[in-house]
Structures are given as structure tokens and as C-alpha cells.
Design a protein around this ligand. Structure first.
Ligand code: SF4
Ligand code: SF4
Length: 334
């Protein structure tokens, strides 16, 4: 695609679909950091950096009404999702959607109908990033190619575009006049490289379970759960009944994201809390990201975006903590 036609392309797509893309936050408004939103004009798009907020809430709602009830009558809501094109996703964002697909669609149980509806009405377009920032470490993880289309910044005038699925191919066919066919191999392995200067040592994580690093890392943690909320992969949820004041027979059952850093996450009947100590909760989150998910599904859940470090108010850098602990365990050898 010639860069000169990109804005026209976006405008044409917007005639039939929502176009969700990264935009800058506004220091004068409530949301001050960058995020994904349904844009109204291509000039809003900001692809220069990873968004502060993750894409996940477009697929996994902050509040999902499962059904409403009144006495013994139950009513399920209609699932009405617009067609959406998501543009400007990084490979880490895309892999986090892949992981959510694993949990909500492909885990051997019935697919989650709410998540499924959102995914079926979505087209995922990535924008390859050549160089990470001070907090991301995707090259330590080994992300997979997962997209309908992926844009690569070929040169000053051109985007190279890789088609990753049948859905992506149908989309290109629909907007054919903006695309130009190229020979096989036009996107080179060099085009696909991302350079991270920040790295995670993944060689010995299993052996760090009893390491003192968890106490030192969690010392400053306030259990605010920003890390859970900002992580594109954290997907745990809770289910609650919200009843009307003055009439408990009327209300709705809702699903909301839940955060494992918060003490109440493992509270059960009888007021027992399984992970009562913050050290255990902190360690659990990291082990779920780096080990437990992979044990179950064969892939590391963390996609190395660094949002949990960037957004932590206590500035807890668990990657450097793990690297130092792993190095010490090897006797200080690199
Ligand atoms: S964002 Fe930082 S302070 Fe907040 S719960 Fe996570 S690790 Fe703790
Ligand atoms: S654990 Fe942190 S670095 Fe890993 S995907 Fe979640 S927010 Fe990104």
C-alpha cells in the first residue's frame, strides 16, 4: 500500500465498520495516556508507541450482563456487536488476543458466546514495531505471527502487508484498489525483526519459586491491581448479582474482570482466603504469566509488553528482579 492512500483507505473502511486504532491520551482530560478507540478521522491515529492501555476490554467487557432477573423470570441480553477493524496492534497485542481466544474459545469447554461474538465481528490489523521501548521484552518470549493483516513500514512511501488469514484476504479483496500485489518474499525476515534492549532471562524461572526475590519485589506493592488491569493477558473474572435497592428479587447477574493481586480474589465461603499474603499473590501472578499458562496451553501467557512495569505506581520492575535472582542462582555467571 502506498502511504499516500492510507487516509483514504481508512475513510472508506469507516463507511461500513468501526475503525479502532491507537490514539494519544489528552493531558487535560480524564484519560491522559494512549489507548485504542473508535476513531472518527484518520488524523487521530498514533502508531508511534505502544498504547498505555491494553486492547482486551474490546473483547472482554468491563461489565458483561449475563442475564437480568425478576422473581423467577430470567432474560438474556441480545449480543449485538458492530463490525470492527482493529488497526495498529503490535505483535504483543495480537498474541494477547490469541491467548484470550485460547481461554474463551478453545479451552475444551463451550465457547464463551459474548467473547465469541466480539471476535467474530473483528478484523485484526497489526503494525509491526521495529524497536521496543525501555520496558518491553517481547524478543525474550517468542511471539507467534497471529493477525489477519500485518503492516510493515517498508520505506518512506510504502507499507508492506502480510496476509495472515482467509478473513484478511477477503478484506483485501473488498478494498482491492488500495492494495498492490507483490511477489512472494516481499516481506523479508529482516522486516519482521523487533529489537528490545530490555530482556527477561527465562532460563531458570521454575527454580525461582522459593527465591527471596518475591519478598523484595512485593515489598513496595500496594495491591492496587494496576498490573492486572493494564495487562493485555490477565483475563480472570468474577460473577456478581446486582440487585435493585428495596427489591432483591429484581436485578442482573454480571461478569467483571477480577485481579489476583487483590486479597479478595481467593476469598471463599467461610471467609477463608487461599492467598492471604501479598508475596504469594505477587509471585502467583508472575508464575501464571510465565509458567502455569504454558504448562496448560503450551505458550507463555506474558507477551512481554511491559505495561505492568510501566504502569506500576510503586515502580516494581519484576523483570530486572528475576534476571538478578537467576544470575545469583547460577553463581553470578552470565
Ligand atoms: S501495579 Fe505494582 S503496586 Fe499495583 S498491584 Fe501491581 S505490582 Fe503491586
Ligand atoms: S505480565 Fe506485564 S509484560 Fe507480561 S503481558 Fe502482562 S502487562 Fe505485559
Amino acid at each position: 500500500m502506498q502511504k499516500g492512500v492510507f487516509d483514504d483507505f481508512v475513510r472508506e473502511v469507516m463507511q461500513s465498520r468501526e475503525f479502532v486504532a491507537p490514539v494519544k491520551g489528552d493531558q487535560t482530560k480524564e484519560v491522559q495516556e494512549s489507548f485504542f478507540t473508535d476513531i472518527k478521522d484518520p488524523s487521530q491515529i498514533e502508531i508511534g508507541q505502544l498504547t498505555y492501555f491494553p486492547i482486551k476490554y474490546y473483547f472482554f467487557a468491563k461489565k458483561e450482563v449475563l442475564f437480568s432477573f425478576h422473581k423467577n423470570r430470567i432474560e438474556e441480553p441480545e449480543i449485538d456487536i458492530p463490525e470492527r477493524v482493529f488497526f495498529g496492534l503490535r505483535l504483543c497485542d495480537l498474541n494477547s488476543i490469541k491467548h484470550q481466544d485460547t481461554v474463551f474459545l478453545n479451552n475444551g469447554f463451550r465457547a464463551d458466546p459474548y467473547y465469541q461474538a466480539r471476535r467474530e465481528h473483528s478484523l485484526l490489523i497489526g503494525m509491526h514495531c521495529k524497536k521496543g521501548d525501555d520496558h518491553c521484552f517481547c524478543q525474550s518470549i517468542g511471539l507467534k505471527d497471529f493477525y489477519d493483516l500485518m503492516f510493515f513500514d517498508k520505506d518512506e512511501h510504502t507499507y508492506g502487508i502480510d496476509v495472515g488469514s482467509e478473513k484478511g484476504k477477503a478484506f483485501v479483496d473488498e478494498f482491492r484498489r488500495f492494495f498492490e500485489e507483490k511477489e512472494e518474499g516481499y516481506i523479508t525476515p529482516e522486516d519482521k525483526v523487533t529489537i528490545n534492549t530490555f530482556k527477561l532471562d527465562t532460563t531458570n524461572i521454575k527454580n525461582l519459586w522459593d527465591n527471596e526475590v518475591w519478598s523484595s519485589l512485593s515489598e513496595k506493592c500496594t495491591a492496587c491491581a494496576a498490573c492486572n488491569n493494564l495487562c493485555p493477558n490477565c483475563h480472570c473474572f468474577t460473577v456478581e448479582d446486582e440487585v435493585e435497592v428495596g427489591d432483591v428479587t429484581k436485578g442482573q447477574r454480571v461478569r467483571k474482570p477480577a485481579a489476583c493481586l487483590v486479597k479478595g480474589f481467593t476469598r471463599v465461603a467461610g471467609d477463608h482466603v487461599f492467598r492471604d499474603d501479598l508475596v504469594g499473590r505477587f509471585r502467583h501472578r508472575i508464575f501464571h504469566q510465565l509458567e502455569f499458562f504454558r504448562d496448560r496451553y503450551g505458550e507463555t501467557m506474558c507477551t512481554g509488553c511491559g505495561r505492568c512495569i510501566r504502569g506500576c505506581p510503586a515502580k516494581i520492575d519484576w523483570v530486572t528482579g528475576i534476571n538478578t535472582a537467576a544470575r545469583k542462582q547460577r553463581g553470578g555467571q552470565e
